[in-house]
Design a protein around this ligand. Structure first.
Ligand code: ADP
Ligand code: ZN
Length: 351
């Protein structure tokens, strides 16, 4: 399959097997004054040779390896990185490269967007979740009290998405990313859903050309929606399908459940609620697809706890709970509910 070059505003997205080889050209064109790479210890050890190769080919001034996991995504890590950049005399014409999963992308983007009011930034996402979803759309952030409560919108100069990195993910990590791809399919592409249904074995077996296909399709869906509403004031909110419930599950379980799995349960419940409210009739199909990938569909906490947490979602407005629901596949609807209404619908659903 050819390598695709897509755009979000003036940021390039280079997607396809082998796209990593473009890094050197992109860096040369930017001609940065200094270069830093940020990754996590896990990725640094799995991709040691590849990183050495990159470092040799572009020459770097700072190599920052963080602990892996969501817990590093905080202000003290950001401070540490800012201080390293200052010490190494990074200027506004310098570049930072994020190399890792969603955590590294969010954090590197945040640092890049705030250091000297914004420096050059290249993102190289290495998990399926980051490649098919979180690296796209320019959101950066760190956690403070709540997840992603501090952050910016910042478009990288380039995002390089090479499905080769999927090879080293566990089945659980792979499924975690598939959950967001299913979400994109439900929102905007029945043919993507069919691909997931018909080829789940090959996808779980890490057939890279199929995985490349679903990543490309997922990215194009997200780009299309974002191009109409970058700052999430309107239509972009449909990308939160499964997320109001998903975020509440993450909070209730203190983030022990991975994001994609929480979204999976959120998708199952959004379908069930859509069935009651809008006559949506493909709940069984969606549950079936989630299950094909070993994703969970049952609430891991009591419904009343979930509703208390849903009230706190940062995307709510004037005390109402906003949910993205489905009239049909490819026909999402944004609905607002009072707490009482939500209690009634969720109470009536059998887990
Ligand atoms: P996300 O799942 O949101 O992308 P993380 O950045 O926390 O979130 O990545 C999840 C885990 O996967 C981390 O422990 C990270 O080190 C690891 N990881 C990232 N990329 C790869 C990869 N290509 N192969 C194996 N493990 C990876
Ligand atoms: Zn998500």
């Amino acid at each position: 399959m050819p390598i695709d070059i897509l755009y979000q505003l003036n940021g390039k997205i280079i997607v396809g097997l082998g796209s990593l080889k473009y890094l050197k050209d992109i860096v040369n064109k930017l001609n940065p004054q200094k270069i830093g790479i940020i990754t996590d210890s896990n990725v640094a050890s799995i991709y040691r040779d590849r990183l050495i190769q990159i470092i040799k080919s572009i020459g770097i001034d700072a190599y920052i390896i963080l602990r892996s996991g969501e817990r590093v995504k905080n202000i003290s890590t950001a401070t540490r990185i800012w201080k390293i950049l200052i010490k190494k005399e990074f200027t506004r014409e310098s570049l930072v490269i994020g190399f890792g999963g969603g955590v590294i992308g969010d954090l590197t983007g945040f640092v890049a967007s705030t250091y000297m009011r914004g420096i050059h930034y290249i993102n190289i996402p290495t998990t399926l979740l980051a490649q098919a979803d979180s690296a796209i759309g320019g959101k950066t952030g760190i956690d403070m009290d709540g997840k992603n409560l501090i952050g910016t919108f910042y478009i990288p100069n380039a995002i390089i998405i090479d499905p080769i990195f999927i090879e080293t993910l566990s089945t659980k990590q792979l499924a975690n990313g598939v959950s967001e791809i299913i979400k994109h399919g439900v929102i905007a592409s029945n043919s993507l859903l069919k691909m997931l249904e018909n080829h789940h074995e090959k996808i779980l077996g890490k057939d890279l050309s199929l995985i490349e296909k679903i990543i490309k399709s997922s990215i194009k869906i997200k780009l299309n929606i974002i191009s109409r509403d970058f700052r999430e004031r309107g239509i972009r909110r449909i990308l939160n399908l499964g997320h109001t419930i998903g975020h509440a599950i993450e909070k209730a379980t203190e983030y022990r459940i991975p994001h994609g799995e929480a979204v999976s349960v959120g998708l199952a419940y959004a379908s069930k609620i859509s069935e009651v409210i809008l006559g949506f009739d493909e709940t069984d199909r969606i549950m079936g697809i989630l299950e094909l990938f070993g994703l969970p569909t049952k609430l891991p906490v009591k419904p009343y706890r979930l509703i208390d947490l849903m009230k706190l979602d940062k995307k709510n407005w004037r005390g109402k709970i906003t949910l993205v629901l489905m009239r049909k596949i490819e026909e999402p609807v944004i609905k607002e509910f009072t707490e009482g209404e939500i209690r009634k619908v969720i109470g009536g659903i059998n887990g």
